[in-house]
Write a protein that binds this ligand. Structure first.
Ligand code: NAD
Ligand code: TDX
Length: 358
């Protein structure tokens, strides 16, 4: 039997994956007619422009609340006011490099924030047993680093290496503990590296695209042979929705691209695509590559075994990598005004003026 929901609380819905998820939830492609409540603090990574057009089109089916998941009473209020029956918890500090420089917000948002949401869900849902669900969004990084062989499976041991992945691992454990101890209906997914429109330009793919378009250096950490498994963001959203509808309570599902790339090979692929899409000389783009000091504790390889979600829920990746990269490159080329606003902080100032903190 499939679950159905009326009021889905999406945390971090103004970020990269969360905003793509909200477009998906309120779009034509799925069988959801309820309401989405987007709770987001609008940190440097959260941008309401990522949802432009959504509120107007969705009418009463979309509500935005500017707020902090670290604020326990606010989180409880949101559950009560909007009769929340399900949560898709994206909100997090998400950039590994930032977690190395200043880990504090990673601990407070990713760990305490998740704890507050679990407590609020437990309180709000006591006595209810139908179609309620807390879905926690996590990452493959909790499993640590792989050598040249092998894959992360759902039963791989946790071995996080950065303050970011350690904070995500802690939140995963809390989510599972609330299921085992209190019977809270939860599901959890661990996904590999996402790419696509609206990704903040600090992350590898948008950073490389923009630096190529602007003729800036392309900084490659270490020897450039670290490997990531890339998935188009919409395929992540499709997987999350399948888990929410049909996933087994208390279980986790790995989601991955089955698409491993060494960083340096990926940069060369992007050079090829940008030379076609933006009519740039590939030889000049190659000259922009600079090998820089490695990230401390840099994980060597991530690779996901996503056999479980394929077998049990019938999920498949739908966007082939070159097609996804071309779409992404075109999106950034057509949205340079967005890029300039999120990079300059202009948008943040605008938000301060236009949204009163609750
Ligand atoms: P993002 O950094 O683009 O967005 C995070 C969002 O959370 C932003 O809108 C931000 O304003 C909001 N936020 C941050 N702190 C908050 C707080 N205290 N209260 C309320 N809102 C807050 O991140 P993303 O790349 O979209 O990642 C979303 C989730 O997916 C994260 O949990 C991340 O760990 C996970 N994930 C990301 C990837 C990836 O490749 N990007 C892969 C696997 C899992
Ligand atoms: O300038 C760079 N140069 C470089 O070589 C940057 C920003 C990154 N890199 C390397 C580091 C990684 O090997 O590229 C790879 C990808 O880096 P990020 O985009 O920072 O991603 P990663 O560290 O792999 O983490 C991402 O995937 C898992 C997301 O940021 C996390 O939120 C997610 O959980």
């Amino acid at each position: 039997m499939e679950r159905s929901f009326k009021n889905i609380l999406v945390t971090g819905g103004a970020g990269f994956i969360g905003s793509n998820m909200i477009r998906y939830l309120l779009g034509e492609k799925i069988d959801f007619e309820g309401r989405v409540i987007n709770l987001d603090l609008l940190t440097y990574a959260g941008n309401l422009e990522n949802l432009s057009g959504v509120a107007e089109k969705a009418g009463k089916r979309y509500v935005f609340v500017k707020g902090d998941i670290r604020d326990k009473s606010l989180v409880e209020e949101v559950f009560e006011e909007f009769d929340v029956d399900s949560v898709i918890h994206f909100a997090a500090e998400s950039h590994v490099d930032r977690s190395i420089v200043s880990p504090d917000a990673f601990i407070t948002t990713n760990v305490i924030g998740t704890f507050n949401l679990l407590e609020a869900a437990k309180k709000a849902w006591e006595g209810k047993d139908n179609d309620i669900l807390f879905h926690h969004i996590s990452t493959d990084e909790v499993y640590g680093s792989l050598g040249p062989h092998g894959y992360f499976r759902e039963d791989s041991p946790y071995d996080p290496h950065s303050p970011y992945s350690a904070s995500k691992a802690a939140s995963d454990h809390l989510v599972m503990a609330y299921h085992h101890t209190y019977g809270l209906p939860v599901t959890l997914s661990n996904c590999s590296n996402n790419y696509g429109p609206y990704q903040f330009p600090e992350k590898f793919i948008p950073l490389m695209i923009l630096n190529m378009l602007e003729g800036k250096p392309l900084p490659i950490y270490g020897d450039g042979k670290n490997i990531r498994d890339w998935l188009y963001v919409e395929d992540h959203n499709i997987a999350v929705w399948l888990i929410m509808k049909k996933g087994i309570l208390g279980q986790k599902y790995n989601i991955g691209g089955e698409n491993e790339w060494e960083n340096i090979k990926l940069v060369n692929k992007l050079i090829y695509i940008i030379s076609c899409e933006a009519k740039k000389d590939p030889e000049l783009l190659k000259k922009l590559i600079v090998f820089v000091k490695d990230r401390p504790g840099h994980d060597r390889r991530y690779a996901i075994d996503c056999g479980k979600i394929k077998r049990e829920l019938g999920w498949r990746q739908t966007v082939e990598f070159e097609e996804g990269l071309r779409r992404t490159v075109r999106w950034y080329m057509e949205h340079m005004d967005w890029v300039n606003r999120v990079r300059s902080g202009e948008y943040m100032r605008w938000i301060e003026l236009n949204y009163l903190k609750r």
